[in-house]
Write a protein that binds this ligand. Sequence first.
Ligand code: ADP
Length: 400
Amino acid sequence: MTDAILVLNAGSSSLKFRVYAVDASGKPGLMAKGQVEGLGVRPHFVARDAQGASLADDSLSKDAVSGHADALSQLATWLRSRYGGTRLLAVGHRVVHGGVKYATSVVVTDAVLAELERLVPLAPLHQPHNLAAIRAVQARLPQVPQVACFDTSFHRGHPELADRFALPETLYAEGVRRYGFHGLSYEYIARALPRVAPEIATGNVVVAHLGSGASMCALRAGKSVDSTLGFTALDGLPMGTRCGAIDPGVLLYLIAEKGMSAKAVERLLYKESGLIGLSGVSNDVRDLLESDKPGARLALDYFVYRINRELGALSAVLGGLDAIVFTAGIGENSPEIRARVCRAAAWMGIALDERRNRAGGPRITADGAAVSAWVIPTDEEGMIATHTLALVGRPAAAAS
Ligand code: ADP
């Protein structure tokens, strides 16, 4: 009988999943991936195999599939019909916030769930959906162990200075800290470096995770020492629809002078800012690269400008830089953005090799460049599967 791990990543309107087979070596191998998307609006189920061939592509009834519990039922029914002879060892979840307490992934118990519930105010747009998926699995598959893997864990070793705002101690004590996110992506890259780029694996590296959410992380010998995201997923770089670093005085102005409510400010900062806000065209870098509208150009200029600025800041934190690594949707797929970032940082000794950049890496700088640049595809779900398997293990009967 095949053993499998299910990885779930629950967002506001989607439930993304991956199914991994666990072979005798105990290494997870991708079997299928997909999502139930359009929850509450126009639910749709898609699934593909590891090679990308379509396994399912179905519109669902809005009444039958309105939330995460329904989406999970849909997924469970499909999994049973497709992989009937497979034993589900565990479910691993992406959970955005592990707070101060969880520096590693953890097996979900009632006490853990209660603790994670307390963190909802720190990540109100993400955490509730992550926890809804855990509860849906508890209700539907109560015997299957679950593991929570956090976007914050990889950053918990930050030095105290990087963990703080210049605010009174009471706020720090109650959890107003710079947590940092995209930790599963950075952990995957840190683990991949010895294999893909051994010459920089023990050095000073800045990883640029450039997707619809974007951040950068300073790694020293594979450990995170600082990152551009802080208390929430708003800080640092501008993102598809999020503002990135902003003077907090702007928020005071919006509230005090313009009478905006907290909800209206939240909407502005999370949904209407960043690339979409600046360009008025799109939150997608592909659209912006194709557009000749001035706003599109401004948005891309600002994106590259802020990446360059943070690259300088994180290099200073590290006390010098050996390499930059690009990853996630934009970092992996846009030679244009990579080239612009590398050109802006040429003064550091990043000498881009255009041909290697167009070819997609892994190394995209010329041999002998003082600071090298790399493209390494991330795999957050694979990281979750690895953590889940490490915590849950294989039952003795299945291990032979
Ligand atoms: P997330 O997981 O946060 O949704 P991804 O890492 O999948 O984000 O990145 C999605 C983004 O990647 C898209 O919004 C798009 O801007 C960008 N992207 C994908 N392919 C390309 C490409 N070929 N060129 C430029 N940008 C791309």
